[in-house]
Design a protein around this ligand. Structure first.
Ligand SMILES: *[C@@H]1O[C@H](CO)[C@@H](O)[C@H](O)[C@H]1NC(C)=O
Ligand SMILES: *[C@@H]1O[C@H](CO)[C@@H](O)[C@H](O)[C@H]1NC(C)=O
Ligand SMILES: *[C@@H]1O[C@H](CO)[C@@H](O)[C@H](O)[C@H]1NC(C)=O
Ligand SMILES: *[C@@H]1O[C@H](CO)[C@@H](O)[C@H](O)[C@H]1NC(C)=O
Ligand SMILES: *[C@@H]1O[C@H](CO)[C@@H](O)[C@H](O)[C@H]1NC(C)=O
Length: 462
């Protein structure tokens, strides 16, 4: 994800249709019908299956990671609604973006590929494993194995030399943000480690989840009141913390904690952490009606393209937490339902121009607290978040048949504990090499070439 702040897109010509999405939240069929309408509008933004385009890519201005988030949402869409319409497009996109090394680090994306970006694709693959989403053909990368590949690479990138640990935001030295450690990157690691621990029963994953949590707590990215802050620069040992609190950071740690609670058979420590995060998340982000706001930007119309999608992940992870922690269900699900109802009311727009190609009158706006007063902000983030809020209302209490599977409870995805590159792609190996180093001539030329590429990438990104 990027620093770049793109002004929130408000289409002034947009009008709210009176007859937007009609949903009866007491009827599963009605919810599924609404989800189908919103999903249709969402996939109309996707161009990756057009002739000449690349599977898995969204058009500008959407960054690569958001497509990973979108296909993760579509994996769950299939699981909860049973609608098979998008299985092929989802599978094709995810497999293609696993890249040459089957680890969600396609070379084309080097300039936008941070630990969090890679993580959103990996979490989509993890959801596919947990939901028994149709497995790819045997000669293709498998959902569990590609998630393990990302986990293994995270382990290799753990950086005790600054801030006593943690993942940096960026993977490559030449990308903006390499000197920043943030909650979302470490949240991806934590979330994936916890889910792999539960799915495989392998203690190594659980140990890493503990380790990430402990570090987050030590640097106070998660404080004693369960606030989760954005991150900090490594220059002063992560002491100057950026205080913004985003919904997706709360959600990703809540879900990871809930999974650890479940995987440990309900341990006291994970119960306390889950409860603390849940309490604080509700208190901080939800109004009295149970509708969340992206506080650092939403009230001021300053959410960038990335941030316009965050609330959807919060809802995704709250619903997933409700499945992992039976006592949390009656606390979390009413909020998911209130959010779903409010989001559905926002799906009443008919924006001008080419911004939206779904059914007229069903474009979803951003500010759920505005309810039927369509706010005119549309895009992948809004559409995906509304889809999430609507589809996750289908999560049922104690419906074990719909709980995420594990390797010992029906999971069929093939794993590989050794998947992933042992080191990052050659580019990151070459960049630290300085001109003064005595290296073979051919190798030096290659290094210079890469640093030139790195330099131009840097400029482009700025
Ligand atoms: C691409 O997929 C979307 C969503 O399934 C569909 O609407 C569109 O027609 C597809 N385009 C092509 C060229 O297959
Ligand atoms: C990388 O870009 C090339 C050229 O556009 C494309 O053919 C290829 O499919 C892309 N690979 C991935 C993994 O996106
Ligand atoms: C873990 O989740 C499953 C599936 O929802 C549930 O049946 C089980 O009771 C949970 N375990 C604990 C310890 O809460
Ligand atoms: C969470 O809130 C509940 C209900 O108010 C309270 O009983 C509990 O002690 C809180 N837990 C934590 C860890 O803050
Ligand atoms: C558990 O995971 C670790 C880390 O990937 C791996 O080295 C180890 O072989 C795994 N153990 C088993 C029994 O699969």
């Amino acid at each position: 994800m990027r620093w770049i702040t793109r002004a929130a897109s408000i289409s002034s010509l947009a009008v709210g249709a009176v007859n937007g999405l009609q949903v009866d939240f007491t009827s599963d069929d009605s919810i599924k019908q609404a989800a189908s309408t919103v999903a249709y509008g969402l996939l109309k933004y996707y161009t990756g299956n057009n002739t000449g385009d690349t599977a898995g890519n969204l058009p500008d201005p959407y960054f690569w990671w958001e497509a990973g988030a979108m296909f993760g949402t579509m994996v769950d869409y299939w699981f909860y609604t049973g609608d098979e319409s998008y299985i092929d497009v989802t599978t094709e996109a995810m497999l293609h973006q696993t890249g040459d090394d089957h680890d969600f680090m396609p070379r084309n994306q080097t300039k936008t590929l941070g630990n969090d970006d890679q993580g959103f694709w990996a979490m989509a693959a993890m959801s596919a494993a947990e939901n028994n989403f149709p497995n790819p053909p045997a000669d293709q990368p498998q959902w569990l194995a590609v998630t393990q590949a990302v986990f293994n690479e995270y382990v290799g990138r753990w950086d005790p030399d600054t801030c006593n640990g943690g993942l940096r935001w960026q993977i490559f030295t030449f990308n903006n943000g390499f000197n920043y450690k943030n909650s979302i990157s470490n949240g991806c690691f934590f979330n994936i480690a916890a889910r792999l621990a539960r799915y495989t029963g392998n203690q190594t994953y659980a140990d890493w989840a503990e380790k990430v949590w402990d570090w987050m707590n030590e640097v106070k990215f998660i404080d004693d009141d369960f606030n989760i802050y954005d991150g900090a620069g490594v220059e002063d040992g992560c002491k100057t913390i950026s205080q913004a609190q985003w919904t997706y950071n709360a959600g990703i740690f809540l879900h990871g904690s809930a999974v650890m609670y479940n995987a440990t058979g309900g341990s006291d420590i994970w119960e306390q952490r889950t409860q603390g995060l849940m309490n604080r998340t509700i208190e901080l982000f939800f109004n009295a009606e149970g509708i969340p706001t992206e506080h650092p930007c939403e009230p001021f119309n300053q959410c960038n393209i990335d941030q316009q999608s965050f609330k959807g992940y919060l809802i995704r992870w709250m619903a997933a937490s409700a499945q992992m922690v039976p006592w949390a269900f009656d606390i979390l699900m009413p909020l998911v339902k209130a959010s779903g109802a409010a989001a559905a009311l926002q799906c009443s727009g008919s924006p001008a121009a080419n911004e939206f190609r779904g059914d007229p009158g069903t474009a979803c706006g951003f500010k759920w607290t505005e309810k039927a007063n369509f706010d005119g902000m549309v895009g992948v983030g809004e559409q995906m978040s509304a889809l999430s809020a609507i589809q996750y209302t289908l999560v049922k209490k104690a419906e074990v048949s719909k709980a995420p599977v594990t390797a010992s409870s029906g999971g069929t995805s093939a794993g590989n504990v050794n998947a992933g590159a042992q080191t990052d792609t050659p580019i990151s190996v070459f960049t630290p090499i300085s001109m003064g180093e005595r290296v073979a001539a051919g190798f030096a030329t290659t290094a210079i070439l890469f640093s030139v590429i790195g330099g131009s990438i840097f400029v482009m990104k700025d």
